[in-house]
Design a protein around this ligand. Sequence first.
Ligand code: GCV
Length: 705
Amino acid sequence: MTRIALIFILFTGFAFLSHGEDGSRLWLRYSSVQVVTPPFACINANKTMLSVQELQHAWKQLTGKILPYTDSEVNNTLIVGLSSDQNIARFTLTDKLNELGDEGYIIRTYRRSGNKITVIASKGKPGLLYGIFHLLRLIQTQSLSDSLDITEQPSYKIRILNHWDNLDGTIERGYAGHSIWKWDELPGTVSPRYREYARANASIGINSVVLNNVNTSPSILSDDYLQKVKILADIFRPYNIKVYLSVNFSSPTILDGLPTSDPFDARVVQWWKNKTTEIYRFIPDFGGFLVKANSEGSPGPQDYGRSHADGANMLADVLKPHEGIVMWRAFVYNPDNEDRAKQAYNEFAPLDGQFRDNVILQVKNGPIDFQPREPFSPLFGKMKKTLVMPELQITQEYLGQANHLVYLAPLWKECLDSDTYCSGKGSTVAKITDGELYNRSISAIAGVANIGEDTDWCGHHFAQANWYAFGRLAWNPSLSSKQIAEEWLRMTFSNDSGFVKPIEKMMIDSREAVVQYMMPLGLHHLFAWEHHYGPEPWCDIPNARPDWLPKYYHQAQENGIGFNRTSTGSNAVEQYCSPLREEFENSHTCPETLLLWFHHLPWNYTMKDGKTLWEELCYCYDKGVKEVRNFQTTWAQAERYVDQERFKQVQSRLAIQAHDAEWWKDACLLYFQQYSKQPIPRDIEQPIYKLNDLMKIKLDMASHN
Ligand code: GCV
């Protein structure tokens, strides 16, 4: 039997196994792939390099064997190496590789004396690891071609996961079980999952992690915890992952009893200097601090009459000698302001230009809070003299948590691709923040992680796609949602086009579906109190902050619905640059997807399709429900391509999602109908619930807060 035939049989032999899968391997599944033209041998690869080990690990799973090493070029040889290696130097790639930096790489096919040689090369070890994962992705997705010519370099320098993990093992807004960080066991006991986590991140280019919640206990900076953090940093380092920590601004007072945490107090500055030096003794490549200050009750510089810039700069100065950075969150709002959507801008815009060059402002994609749909935050366009990074939420706090299938790449792309117009046409959020427009030395993008100790990591098999998509978009925000979904589906489930095509469509449609059945036409924050699962547009909690209640946002009355943010209302439109400002100001030019975000309109307002606003609202909710039912049908038809374990989990979650969509539709329409006083159009499904019954629902989800 020829070698080719043998390899073909080996690969096809693995192709049709369909045993149960628990999702623990994520997208790094190598055993069920057919490879058409696999390389035969690997030249002079440094066997101790992690990238080569990952290649061999994959090869073993793919073929049952390791890839043999050879000294000479035979047909179908793979050459893996750093630009400084002799084997790579002869391909005259060095200059280009130097330009691409430590994380960039080239994968290229050469023909030499009739032999086909594939080179994977980088200036640095991280790039080589990323290059190997790229090659494996091509194999997994059956896209390996005979003439590869790939040059890659990440768009954002810092591609960071923010874990909202508490030191007691719970996770704020976590829906996949407890934290994977076992603080009680560290530093003595090291879970094998730490390495698996690092490997998964490296496979999608994530190179940084904030380990603890932004609502943080100061204890993370205690000597005890730093020893634990050091162990994680040591495990992550070979995977090119740097560790950062969220810090509590009052740490000097709480940890060491200083009488103040005023950033202008010399004792406070000295405390942070000492602490920072101690951290770098444990973790020489420590990344820096993430800070939530003067937000939702957290302490901050304003407690001492200082500004956000004063607080951030004090920390930046102590980190500077160590090359550390400060990620300072712009998520601030207080109850006495007339429009929460304006507040971050109002507070930070006057500080533009006052931050050190190692401070980066971390701004949520929208001006309120990770809603199913928001316009982009106007701070992205405004802060021209300040480093700014987007914060996206991977965990589905407002998107059905671990029960709803919602693929988030379209939501994130909507923000990243938005044209701010603030530096001329084409100044998109992505171009501003990834450094392309202003040529910035630091660029970053953060995703609030959806990872927990559940076997499938994310609590829903399709939630893994959001972790994956965040990494891929952070690497290259111009990738399409479709391309990322297709890659992920092929790697995670099956390469069969009978599966990939309909399921990819379901993923792409899933974001718009959730908007339709939860809060269409720009409605926002109609969520149940605290846990944010399910609808409560009626919610009224005695003495609650008004801006934590849905009525503040939807403003439904007999005269209409929506938040007037035009010049006759809060004038939030003014925070956007022309021509967007004018576009949003006018209800006829404002995109209908954002209509009730910017406008309060009468129930009989005429929509572009001729329907009244009330009718349109009814049809939107109905459409959302129908979409989820379509997803159920689509998934049922995919059964033959998927192992039973994963098939059943997704099937049962879709059933919950379909039920929830009906709940959302009935709750919102019946509640708003009290004000519109109009019938629900006859040609849509009439409510199956009664408003009074829905208003009694109180879920016990305290553990999810
Ligand atoms: C970490 C929202 C969430 C909070 C979160 C906060 C933030 O308010 O509900 O759980 O706290 O955003 O981003 O700081």
